[in-house]
Structure formats: structure tokens, C-alpha cells
Design a protein around this ligand. Structure first.
Ligand SMILES: [Zn+2]
Length: 240
């Protein structure tokens, strides 16, 4: 024997909206809107006529349209597609990505005044490939900027940084190996303002004078960068 489900589906079409109607063992007519999927579903008791359900749907049409029009698709800042029109950040500024497909070696051209980050990529390049092109450009920019900051601060602070590196870090903006006098900076800093980058570099360099986050450390920080607390708020994250 088949298990009989008292359920069958039909559709009501109202202008450009298609509503799926399912008959169920329910007492009341029920309407649900799924704006993300552009779907509308009605569940209704078996005894209600098609016309009653249709009239009900018509009475809700304005409400349905409102649900659809006010729905905002979620943005996925952590899951970009690397396509034209997308927003990407550099030095604290939002830039519009523009992909120019060309059978040439890939590169990024920053059109600062126009607020455009142009990516030259080969036709048909994958999302992963485009992500790599941007990551490498970001990494190169940070590797240009960081040594300038280290050179600026070394004589002021009286310390020497032996080595620095840039890497993707999940939980920290930077870290410092005080023994090796090596500092690591999070690649994401490239998207933040110049003040943020400088703050993290100075923070990590301060660890060469004071390993711990104690009063002495914060006294030093306030001496070097009196506004460091403001900048830290902008970063909203952990600094080691
Ligand atoms: Zn620290």
C-alpha cells in the first residue's frame, strides 16, 4: 500500500507572480513569501475552492510586492565574486572593481581619482584566478608600504626590526616575535586606512621594547601615537 499524502500542488498566476498552492490538512489558509527565492506559497485546506484561494491571493498582492521590493539581498563581503561592479577596499577607500579581459599578463591598475580598481585578466579566467591576481597586488602594495613605516619608526623608537612578513591571519592584525625581532602583518590591513597600518606596525614594534600588554606598553604607545585608541576602534579586532 502507498501512504497517501493528502497533498497536491497547483499554481495561481497573478500578473508576474506565480504562487504555489498546496492543499493540506490544515484549518486556515496560509501565505508565505520567500523574497530571496522570489517565491510565494499558499497552503490551504482541501475544501476551499480555487476561486476563494485566488481572491485571497489577490487581496495580498500589494503586500507580496512590498515584500519583494523591500528585500535586500545579503552582501557577502567575505565571499566576493571578483566581477565588475563589485566593491573592494584599498587603503580604507571603497573602489569599484572593473575587469578588463585581455590576452595579456594579468595585472591591477589603480585609477585612484575615478575610484576604480581595474583588473586585466585573460578571457575566461576563473574566480580563483581573479582572486589571486588581487591578493598578489594587495600583498605587493603592503610590502612596499611596511618598510617605509619601519624605517620611519626605527630611529624614533630606538629598535631594529630584523624581518617582516605579510600573511593572511584569521584572528590577529599583527604579531611580533621579540626574540627574532620579526613582525607579521595581516594581509587584510591593505584594505584599511594608512593610519591603521601604521598603528599596527608601531604596536608590533613597541613589543620590541615591551613584550607584554602592560602599563608600560600602553605608555609607550601613547607616547608614539597619542591617538592610537581611536585607530584601534576603527580596526575592531585583536592585535597581538
Ligand atoms: Zn600586542
Amino acid at each position: 500500500m502507498f501512504k497517501r499524502k493528502h497533498k497536491r500542488s497547483t499554481h495561481i498566476v497573478l500578473e508576474d507572480i506565480v504562487i504555489q498552492v498546496t492543499r493540506k490538512k490544515v484549518k486556515n489558509i496560509n501565505l508565505r513569501v520567500y523574497p530571496s527565492k522570489k517565491e510565494v506559497r499558499i497552503s490551504a485546506p482541501h475544501y476551499l475552492s480555487e476561486q476563494v484561494i485566488r481572491n485571497f491571493a489577490i487581496s495580498k498582492l500589494g503586500w507580496i510586492r512590498n515584500k519583494f521590493s523591500t528585500y535586500k539581498a545579503p552582501v557577502h563581503p567575505n565571499d566576493p565574486e571578483f566581477i565588475t561592479g563589485e566593491t573592494h577596499f584599498y587603503k580604507g577607500k571603497a573602489l569599484e572593481l572593473r575587469i578588463s579581459t585581455r590576452d595579456a599578463s594579468s595585472k591591477i591598475i589603480l585609477h585612484e581619482k575615478q575610484g576604480i580598481l581595474e583588473m586585466i585578466a585573460r578571457p575566461g579566467s576563473s574566480k580563483a584566478k581573479r582572486a589571486d591576481i588581487l591578493t598578489e597586488w594587495y600583498r605587493a602594495r603592503l610590502k612596499e608600504q611596511i618598510p617605509l613605516l619601519i624605517e620611519k619608526w626605527e630611529p624614533v623608537m630606538g629598535v631594529t626590526v630584523q624581518e617582516f612578513g605579510v600573511k593572511k591571519m584569521k584572528t590577529r592584525w599583527g604579531s611580533c616575535n621579540t626574540k627574532a625581532k620579526r613582525i607579521w602583518l595581516n594581509l587584510e590591513l591593505v584594505k584599511k586606512s594608512a593610519e591603521c597600518l601604521e598603528y599596527v606596525v608601531v604596536h608590533e614594534m613597541t613589543h620590541l621594547l615591551e613584550r607584554l600588554h602592560n602599563d608600560h606598553f600602553y605608555q609607550l604607545m601613547s607616547h608614539f601615537l597619542p591617538n592610537w585608541e581611536e585607530t584601534e576602534k576603527e580596526l575592531q579586532g585583536k592585535i597581538d
